[in-house]
Structure formats: structure tokens, C-alpha cells
Ligand binder design. Structure first.
Ligand SMILES: Cc1ncc(COP(=O)(O)O)c(C=O)c1O
Length: 385
């Protein structure tokens, strides 16, 4: 926890004058912002120092990734996931959402379907819309207390072979960490329907249960590798989302070429500070990350206890991410999002993800903020009885 550790996650950093999307939404109100997925923590000191050094250099011309960044990333995949990737499979991107959109266009042809879990992080859905591809939703259901897309339900809606299957692992919202058998089931489904796969693994470093391990879909075997694009980033892990550095890993040369062709002239290069931050984070951020995981796991445990002790609300165990997907279907109000805003807690509306009976709470905040949010939620919910 923060008191015994090297880093202070309890530190109150005032974000109100920093053009923060999260904080400015409720500027001038007494609503605690707990919506968009960045955290309130300062990035690891190693990242801040590296940025300061790079800023002191004073020249910010066009740039590319250093060989050392790619080497560190390749090694990270091998060390953490036993996934042996080649440097040429790595494609840098200025954000992960643009990776979702490029993949939607590059990995499906006109008229082919995009299959997406639902509820899901909204840019999955809009990527199909922007690419003008029909969308099939795989309803996310509870399987033994874990949220997972029901591919059999999606299958009933398929009318032809080919297209793209989108995955989110760990799942946002829901926090599910896919097990090997579930990835194998996904592969079988993709093979049966001749689908390419785009696996968004942006939350892969934020596993809150020590006994669980992230397994990249593409790392399972050559068959998963050859039909997939994997998207990762240091942005959630080290709280550098505003800098914009993401990575696509594309083992298949033809898919990689198509992906690069679609992004050409449209997706800007990664900015020099984002590269600097990404390299420092991956190289020197591990101790900070481990402490952050303990801190967040403590928040998760508190939330589970407090939310599930209240009437009307339900929260399943969150295996990963700092995002709590709270079931408000029993809450006797029309609009749960508005109800909690009126109680002084600004959550993400479930409707944005595909289920208006839910809200998503971002617990990437100090314990003090979380305690206050829980206090307000309790007062509001108990006031209904
Ligand atoms: C699953 C998922 N993918 C992508 C993103 C955003 O990525 P970026 O900010 O790099 O575009 C988020 C942010 O919340 C996310 O949860």
C-alpha cells in the first residue's frame, strides 16, 4: 500500500487547471469525476524525469521510435507473456482508438461483418459504423461470475463468412481476464467463420489478481498469430494517455501491409514526448506498477464490499482494470447515471457502452476520493428505501 511503499498514490494532485477531460466535465460543481479512463496518479518518477530531460533538450522535430524502445517492448512480450515477437511486427500508433478504426477498415472488406462484444468500450461500436460495416453484437453475459461475450448468440446472426472479430482482453467494461480455454474457443469461432481478429489488450498490465496472468490472443499459437492484430499501450498502465503512444503487433505480413496502407497519410506519427515516456515507463516503471496494482486491488476490494452491501446495486469481481461495472438494474430510478450525478458522483453512463441499467466507476483515484464517492453513493441509495 501507499504508506509502506516507495511511491505515494495517496497524493492529492490538483488536476482542475490542467485541461483534464475528466476534471473539466464537472468544473465548478461538487461532482467527483469518476468517468473517463485515466487515473489521478502522477506517472512514475522515471517517466517524469525522462520527459523533463527530453524537454530540456529543447528541439522537438519529427521523430521515430528508438531501436531501444522496440527492443524493450519485444523483450517485455517475451518476459511477461512468453510471446516471442519480431521487431518488424511492431507498428507504432498515436492512440489505440485509431488502431481499432484502422483495423476495422483493414481487416474487413465492404459488406463483411464486424462482430463486437456488447456492452463494450464505445469506440468498438463506432469503428464499425465509421468503416460502414454491419455490426453483429456478441452479448456479454455472466459465466460463473465473469463477464464474457456469448459467441453462440453472435453466431445466430451471421449470414456469411469473413469479416472481423473484435476482442477486448481484459474486458472493458467488466474487467474479465480471458483464460487460455476461452482464447482457444475464440480461435475456433474465428476459424469456423473465417474471421480476422483485432484484440484490444490496452489493460493487459492492470491485472489485480496475483494468480491471474494476461495471455495475448496472438501468443496462443501460430494460428492465432497469423489472423490477428494485437493492440497494446503504456497509456493506462502508467497514466500517460494524454501523450498518445500505442502499439499494434501484427505477425502476418499481408495483414500488416494492409494495416499500414489504411493508416498511411491519415494517422499522424507518434510525438517525440510520447516515445520518450513510453520507453521510460517500460524500462523503469515496474516497481511503480507493482505498487499501483496493490493500491488498486485494495480499492477494488473496498468497492466490492461496500457496493454489494448496499440495496439495489451489484458488482461482480473485477479481475483487471480500474473500472467497476456496476449493475443498477434493481435501482428504482429511471436514469442511474443522472441519479448518481445528482448525488455528487460523475460516472460513465452504461448506455454509452450498450446497457443503460449499468454505470461504470473509475477507481483510478486516491483512497480519499474513493471513500467520499462511496459515502455519497451510500447516502443516495439508502435514501431510496
Ligand atoms: C479498451 C480500451 N481501448 C482503448 C482505449 C483508449 O485508447 P487511446 O486513448 O490510446 O486511444 C481505452 C480507454 O479507455 C480502452 O478502455
Amino acid at each position: 500500500m501507499a504508506d509502506s511503499g516507495q511511491f505515494d498514490f495517496d497524493k492529492d494532485v490538483d488536476r482542475t487547471a490542467s485541461c483534464s477531460d475528466k476534471w473539466d466535465k464537472y468544473k465548478g460543481t461538487d461532482i467527483l469525476p469518476m468517468w473517463v479512463a485515466d487515473s489521478d496518479f502522477q506517472s512514475p518518477p522515471a517517466v517524469i524525469n525522462a520527459l523533463q530531460e527530453r524537454v530540456a533538450h529543447g528541439v522537438f522535430g519529427y521523430s521515430h521510435a528508438s531501436d531501444s524502445l522496440t527492443e524493450i517492448f519485444v523483450k517485455r512480450m517475451a518476459d511477461r507473456y512468453n510471446w516471442h515477437i519480431e521487431p518488424e511486427w511492431v507498428v507504432y500508433l498515436s492512440g489505440l482508438v485509431c488502431g481499432l478504426n484502422v483495423a476495422a477498415r483493414a481487416l474487413s472488406d465492404e459488406g463483411q461483418t464486424i462482430i463486437s462484444p456488447s456492452p463494450i468500450y464505445p469506440p468498438f461500436i463506432s469503428s464499425a459504423k465509421f468503416a460502414e460495416r454491419p455490426l453483429v453484437k456478441a452479448p456479454v453475459v455472466l459465466r460463473n461470475g465473469r463477464w464474457l461475450p456469448d459467441l453462440k448468440e453472435a453466431e445466430k446472426q451471421l449470414t456469411r463468412k469473413g469479416g472481423l472479430l473484435q476482442m477486448c482482453n481484459p474486458l472493458n467494461p467488466g474487467g474479465t481476464v480471458y483464460r487460455k480455454e476461452e482464447l482457444e474457443e475464440t480461435l475456433a469461432f474465428a476459424e469456423k467463420h473465417d474471421l480476422l481478429v483485432c484484440s484490444d489488450e490496452i489493460h493487459c498490465d492492470l491485472i489485480l489478481d496475483g494468480h491471474l496472468k494476461h495471455i495475448p490472443f496472438a501468443s496462443i499459437n501460430e494460428r492465432t498469430a497469423q489472423r490477428s492484430v494485437t493492440l497494446m499501450a503504456p497509456s493506462k498502465t502508467f497514466n500517460i494517455a494524454g501523450l498518445g503512444a500505442s502499439i499494434a503487433i501484427i505477425p502476418n505480413a499481408k495483414i500488416r501491409q494492409r494495416f499500414k496502407k489504411v493508416k498511411r497519410g491519415i494517422v499522424p506519427g507518434v510525438n517525440v514526448l510520447a516515445f520518450t515516456a513510453a520507453e521510460a515507463a517500460y524500462k523503469d516503471g515496474e516497481a511503480w506498477l507493482q505498487e499501483q496494482l496493490c493500491y488498486l486491488a485494495g480499492h477494488r476490494d473496498l468497492l466490492m464490499r461496500e457496493i454489494n452491501a448496499l440495496p439495489y446495486l451489484k458488482l461482480e469481481h473485477i479481475e483487471a482494470t480500474y473500472l467497476a461495472w456496476i449493475d443498477c438494474s434493481e435501482l428504482p430510478v429511471d436514469n442511474p447515471h443522472r441519479f448518481f450525478e445528482e448525488a455528487g458522483v460523475g460516472l460513465s453512463p452504461g448506455l454509452d457502452f450498450g446497457n443503460r441499467k449499468f454505470v461504470r466507476l473509475n477507481f483510478g483515484c486516491t483512497r480519499k476520493t474513493l471513500d467520499e464517492a462511496l459515502r455519497r453513493i451510500k447516502v443516495a441509495v439508502e435514501g431510496l428505501s
